[in-house]
Design a protein around this ligand. Structure first.
Ligand SMILES: [Zn+2]
Length: 179
């Protein structure tokens, strides 16, 4: 499929392919679109990670453009302090998709979020008051406190680091890259 150069950006945007961007010190920084990657290459802001040696091939009118799947920034970007929201998905990821009461494995369909101190008793939707739970444990606990329900949490919940959630982004990237 030949692509006019002028339409290249448009074409790249439509490809929905992802490129892993590493910081200057080789730590993962972000997952970017192939069009953003092309721009960074064009502006000479990135190195190509030759050790990975994997490319997306884009066929244009006159040539084949190779866009690496992994790029390294030529300068260091200081990561801003990022707050991660305690969304349902993020709670499940933090708790490794395991019920924090009985330990059973969960998936998006079976996982629920339990408020340790029930909302009706003033418990907030915070990292430290929410855990992943299976339906049975959640229903059993109901509107009771841990003490009232005589239940125990496996691991005291806390706010995860940004790096932890980034690891999950990387896992998704690798899955999509290999798909
Ligand atoms: Zn359970």
């Amino acid at each position: 499929m030949a692509v006019k150069y002028l339409d290249l950006y448009k074409y790249l945007r439509s490809m929905k392919k992802q490129v892993l961007l590493l910081n200057q010190d080789n730590t993962p920084l972000n997952i970017i679109t192939i069009s953003k990657a092309f721009k960074l290459l064009d502006k000479d802001k990135v190195w190509v990670d030759e050790s990975v040696g994997e490319y997306y091939e884009v066929v244009s009118v006159s040539k084949i453009i190779k866009i690496p799947k992994v790029l390294i920034l030529k300068y260091y970007v200081k990561l801003p302090f990022k707050k991660v929201a305690p969304s349902r998905k993020n709670i499940f990821k933090r708790d490794h998709y395991k019920c924090q009461y009985c330990g059973i494995d969960l998936c998006d369909k079976t996982a629920t979020v339990d408020h340790i101190v029930p909302r009706s008793k003033g418990g907030g939707s915070t990292w430290t008051n929410m855990v992943a739970a299976c339906r049975d444990c959640n229903t059993f606990k109901g509107n009771r406190s841990l003490k009232e329900a005589k239940m125990q949490i496996k691991i005291k919940p806390k706010e995860p680091s940004y790096g932890f959630l980034f690891e999950h982004m990387l896992i998704t990237f690798r899955k999509e890259k290999n798909a």
